[in-house]
Design a protein around this ligand. Structure first.
Ligand SMILES: *Cc1c(COP(=O)(O)O)cnc(C)c1O
Length: 401
């Protein structure tokens, strides 16, 4: 028996264990194909032509794909700027040695201004209070802080109202501690069939830009397009496009599928951790909401809702094993889920005999079968953005170059 008090040395947490890859440490992992990121950005480059800048949007840990790795690959594949949603995300990138411009896409709390200056992040600005506080802090250390003005043209989320943008600029533009480096807006309906609201936002943005120029203010880098607008509306490209979901190989909506070819970068895998026959009528998992119909093998996978597989998918989703689709059964647990391999002979399907250690596809392709993030999102009544972010929560990532 180990006497912990007398052992004298701490257990080795840094040795061979950390040299194991994520897929060896735990039998559940996310695989990210960095080559897909490069190919997707190449597709966007072809789509927008040589002169428009690309901002790679890597907020929310790069939609679950891993912010540092994706940012590096995106910059090596032609992106010139990075977009994040808060200061912490920007600091993570700087600490990883990334020097490219990083835009914080909405105005952060004033408390973050020292960190913004220290890490040379570029904040979005939509209030005079923030802009002047930033200017004072920068001027105090003889610096000029860049900012992008965010204009709300109709989404009513963040940004200065389009009609108030000239007034805001009149209030802050004089300050020697800040410099307007760009102006942007965000579309609420660029991925919708109906184009009415999109057109209204676009027109309002043009009007705001015109007024700024009339005031003698150079708007700098003008940008408006997310993935959907980049694909659908050339007139929104201006000087830069902000590509998020498309870089990851996912479509913002079914409308864009025929307009550009993209390659999903994320797959999710697990290995079977236990297999057992469950006799007819016996239940499986919490609540025993699934009962064995007879001659089946139940396989266990070591991932669950804490890894992004929502409990609401219980009994609705499938997994792929040896090219076959097998139903997930019973309630999905925090850390595990079960699937059924029917052993009764049938003319219409293969009989699969799972073994401990077999690799199972949760998201991805196997033979001529495929399960996409869109498939899982549809089962949940949500969107692929939401699904991708969930898988970034606890699963470690394995990168393919
Ligand atoms: C998230 C975000 C984007 C990227 O949107 P996608 O639809 O993923 O391309 C662009 N701009 C802003 C302001 C965002 O918040």
């Amino acid at each position: 028996m180990v006497n912990r008090d007398d052992s004298g040395s701490a257990p080795d947490l840094t040795g061979t264990f950390t040299k194991l890859s994520a897929s060896e440490r735990r039998w559940a992992w996310v695989e990210v194909d960095l080559e897909a990121i490069r190919r997707n950005l190449q597709r966007f480059r072809r789509h927008i032509g040589p002169d428009v800048l690309i901002m790679a949007v890597v907020k929310a840990n790069a939609y679950g794909h891993g912010a540092v790795e994706i940012a590096k690959k995106a910059l090596a594949s032609g992106a010139k700027q990075l977009g994040v949603s808060n200061v912490d995300e920007g600091i993570t990138l700087r600490r990883a040695g990334i020097m490219a411009p990083i835009l914080v896409l909405s105005e952060p709390p004033q408390e973050t201004i020292q960190a913004i200056l220290h890490y040379q992040l570029t904040p979005a600005v939509h209030s005079a209070d923030f802009a002047l506080a930033l200017g004072e802090a920068a001027a105090a250390i003889d610096r000029v802080a860049d900012y992008h003005l965010k204009i709300d043209t109709g989404m009513n989320r963040v940004g200065v109202h389009y009609a108030d943008a000239p007034d805001l600029l009149r209030t802050i533009d004089f300050h020697r501690g800040i410099q307007l480096q760009g102006v942007f807006t965000h579309f609420a309906t660029a991925d919708e069939v109906d184009t009415f609201e999109f057109s209204r936002q676009y027109e309002r943005f043009l009007t705001a830009l015109e007024e700024m120029r009339y005031m003698g203010i150079n708007p700098g880098i003008v940008h408006a397009a997310n993935t959907a607008a980049t694909i659908r509306y050339k007139q929104t490209h201006f000087h830069m496009v902000r590509i998020g979901i498309g870089m990851y190989g996912l479509h913002p909506s079914p409308i864009t599928r025929s307009m550009i070819e993209l390659y999903p970068a994320m797959s999710v895998y697990a290995r079977v951790s236990m297999v057992k026959p469950v006799p007819m009528g016996d239940g499986v998992s919490y609540g025993m909401r699934y009962r064995s119909p007879g001659n089946v093998l139940i396989g266990t996978l070591p991932l669950g809702y804490a890894d992004g597989i929502s409990r609401e998918l219980s009994g609705k989703m499938h997994v792929l094993l040896n090219g076959a689709r097998l139903p997930q059964v019973g309630s999905i647990c925090m850390d595990m889920m079960m699937f059924e391999a029917d052993q009764r002979t049938s003319a219409s399907r293969q009989t699969i005999q799972p073994k401990v250690g077999d690799e199972v596809v949760i998201v991805g392709a196997d033979g001529n079968q495929q399960i996409t993030l869109d498939d899982l999102a549809d089962l949940l009544g949500t969107i692929n953005y939401d699904m991708a972010c969930r898988f970034g929560e606890r699963l470690q990532r394995v990168y393919l170059d």
